[in-house]
Ligand binder design. Structure first.
Ligand SMILES: *Cc1c(COP(=O)(O)O)cnc(C)c1O
Length: 386
């Protein structure tokens, strides 16, 4: 009866819907499902952060509309965290913008810079809001394949010249969801050169900067020369502090890009609940001890899952960061039917790679978000069906 807008009609279909439905159905049947599908930490938010929220929530001063640009205390805490972590200086007043989770910032950012006909360069496979945000802003996604043969980096030399000319934004995400790939310094240098030369904004999604293993420390793109001319970087407390439900993140980088996003958002939302902002401050100024134990936990799960899969003849590689395992499907099957088979025959949920874009076909993603005992059970079940 009512006709959807062209923009909404052209949003990519939500391919995870079928698997979600099948998962719910299986659970309703009483089957013991091991869910490796969702990228949501299974561990609780650290207690000291919850305590900070409780105290702040009791203070009536925190019950009002929050400032659009976030509390000074939070912007200062972000600036200090950045300095300690990356040795990058950020002006808390002009180069930092708190967000209601980084997803909304990433999805709203294209509204600030795209006109009809403009292009976003988007990696494929990728986190879905890069495409969704571009389409809702009236722009056109131009896909950059992430191929294993190129270490899951986009090949910047292969971007067609018309797309370069029309492109306003290029999205990158390292450590990468879903592939687990990590950026090299060389790639970041090339990327900055490419973006500056073609006058393209770099959106860097650094949601997984703290989830890394084997001594690896992911870098911020803002550490590199010239980055502040072209880069806006998005961070999230979701994965770093097990706070996915709280909705807290931030954007930082080039002041013009920050103020443009702030202008868009001032028309869309009214800031983050102040008590959550103060809890975020507690998280950011803490000694970061929790991050070490979090990484140890995921690393142990990673090793059990990958060593186990490889002993079954799969060819899985240990990622240096993220809690995702991106696995080439070991048999002849497309990713949707392989994931469906894992669910039907082994009661295991994995995410079909094609859900992240067409270059995700041939892969499944498993998230390390269940205890190691459950991973061992999952391996036993996979052994039985293979
Ligand atoms: C989880 C995730 C985020 C974080 O989203 P929030 O909205 O901050 O919870 C951002 N980017 C990627 C690639 C992610 O996987």
């Amino acid at each position: 009866m009512f006709k959807l807008s062209k923009k909404v009609q052209s949003l990519p279909p939500y391919l995870f819907l079928e698997i979600d439905k099948a998962k719910r159905l299986a659970r309703a049947e009483g089957r013991d499902i091991i869910d490796l599908g969702v990228g949501d930490p299974d561990q609780p938010t650290p207690r000291f952060i919850i305590d900070a929220l409780n105290i702040a929530a009791l203070d009536p001063a925190n019950h009002h509309y929050a400032l659009d640009q976030g509390m000074p205390a939070l912007r200062n805490a972000i600036s200090g965290w950045y300095k300690r972590r990356f040795n990058v200086d950020l002006n808390p007043d002009t180069e930092i913008l708190p967000l209601i989770g980084s997803k909304e910032g990433i999805a709203h950012f294209p509204l600030a810079f795209l006109n009809p006909g403009d292009v976003s360069l988007i990696p494929d496979p990728c986190y879905p809001p890069y495409k969704g945000g571009t389409i809702l802003a009236g722009g056109s996604p131009c896909i950059m394949p992430l191929l294993e043969s190129n270490s899951f980096f986009p090949d910047l030399n292969k971007i067609p010249f018309t797309a370069r000319r029309k492109a306003k934004i290029i999205f990158v995400n390292y450590p990468n969801n879903p592939t687990g790939a990590c950026a090299s310094d060389d790639f970041y240098k090339q990327l900055i050169e490419f973006a500056v030369k073609n006058k393209i904004i770099i959106v860097s999604d650094l949601a997984y900067s703290e989830m890394a293993y084997d001594g690896y420390k992911p870098r911020s793109l803002l550490e590199f020369n010239g980055a502040k001319d072209a880069v806006i970087e998005f961070h999230s407390l979701s994965k770093t502090y097990n706070m996915t439900g709280w909705r807290a993140g931030w954007a930082c980088g080039n002041p013009q890009l920050i103020s443009a996003l702030a202008k868009v958002k001032s028309n869309l939302d009214s800031g983050i609940f102040s008590a959550i902002q103060l809890a975020a401050v507690a998280a950011l100024v803490s000694l970061q001890e929790h991050i070490k134990s979090m990484c140890r936990l995921y690393q142990e799960r990673r090793d059990i899952l990958i060593d186990g899969l490889n002993s079954l003849g799969w060819k899985a590689v240990k990622p240096k960061a993220t809690f995702y395992i991106w696995i080439k499907i070991p048999v002849k099957a497309d990713s949707i039917s392989f994931a469906a088979r894992l669910l039907k025959e082994a009661d295991i949920v994995a995410t079909p790679g094609v859900g992240f874009g067409k270059y995700g076909e041939g892969y499944v993603r498993m998230a390390l978000t269940v205890p190691k005992e459950r991973i061992k059970v999952a391996l036993e079940r996979i052994k039985k069906i293979s």
